[in-house]
Ligand binder design. Structure first.
Ligand SMILES: NC(=O)c1ccc[n+]([C@@H]2O[C@H](COP(=O)([O-])OP(=O)(O)OC[C@H]3O[C@@H](n4cnc5c(N)ncnc54)[C@H](O)[C@@H]3O)[C@@H](O)[C@H]2O)c1
Length: 245
């Protein structure tokens, strides 16, 4: 018996990092997983896992979202993972950077929820998990201006959806990780003028002397997707090894 038997879960940004780990963890617990990403090549690697079906999806594209909803109307869990990290303060953030980040990190979740929620309401049952960050309303982090703004908005969106639809059987929670060892983190470190110094800088702020793993965030996703979390809604789950303490 898996903890997610009989559940259909749609997940975005599943080709790498946290999304990939969560898609695999969901499938291991018995869920039918529709794993989506904009990166078709990397997404193909997931097809080898029993229980995972893949579809290309750009979460900023309303038409693609609507087409996917036509194909998979009845999903039990919507897991919105896609997000982009812009590096810089408000003075480094151009209007394009601002719009791009808010589009990928927030507007995409608005469109995904708006598209998939009506069918959940018809069935009087639905569960939404949004990926936020401790860099948000939880903690001020240097050089994360628009990123933190967008992730604070994800917390607000989560609480709002939870409050509006609690009586109709909908749960909505979000996850706020600290620094997670994912391909994009490694790319960001490599892009710094001195990658070794940058890596040490990231590590120095880890109170447990290590990064969070994508699998550790995936465990939390499994819990929130399962009926073990049936009484939990509107919550933001911090998983940051004590960084925000
Ligand atoms: N890595 C961290 O330290 C960390 C910390 C806190 C929160 N987060 C959040 O977790 C989520 C995943 O981060 P990660 O580091 O695991 O991922 P990542 O950056 O390693 O991978 C992101 C994935 O998103 C996909 N993607 C990008 N744009 C897309 C789009 N428009 N539509 C669909 N897919 C798209 C990419 O192809 C890629 O597979 C993000 O929302 C991120 O902000 C990450």
């Amino acid at each position: 018996m898996g903890r997610l038997d009989q559940k259909t879960i749609l997940i975005s940004a599943a080709a790498q990092g946290i999304g990939r780990a969560a898609a695999i963890a969901f499938a291991k617990e018995g869920a039918k997983v529709i794993a989506t990403d904009i990166n078709e090549e990397k997404l193909k690697e997931l097809a080898q896992y029993p229980g995972i079906e893949t579809r290309v999806l750009d979460v900023t594209d309303k038409n693609q979202i609507e087409l996917l909803a036509k194909e998979f109307g009845n999903i039990d869990v919507l897991c919105n993972i896609a997000g982009f990290v812009h590096h810089g303060s408000i003075l480094d953030c151009t209007e394009n950077d601002w719009d791009f980040t808010m589009n990928v990190n927030v507007r995409s979740m608005y469109m995904m929820i708006r598209t998939f929620l009506p069918k959940m309401l018809e069935r009087k049952s639905g569960n939404i998990i949004n990926m936020s960050s401790v860099a948000s309303s939880i903690k001020g982090v240097v050089n994360r201006c628009v990123y933190s703004t967008s992730k604070a908005a994800v917390i607000g969106l989560t609480k709002s959806v939870a409050a509006d639809f609690i009586e109709q059987g909908i749960r909505c929670n979000c996850i706020c990780p600290g620094t997670v060892d994912t391909p994009s983190l490694r790319e960001r470190i490599q892009a710094m003028p001195n990658p070794e110094q940058a890596l040490n800088g990231f590590l120095a702020r880890q109170r447990m002397n290590r990064f969070c793993t994508a699998e550790e965030v995936a465990h939390l996703c499994v819990f929130l997707a399962s009926d073990e979390a049936a009484f939990i809604t509107g919550s933001e789950y911090v998983i940051d090894g004590g960084w925000s303490l």
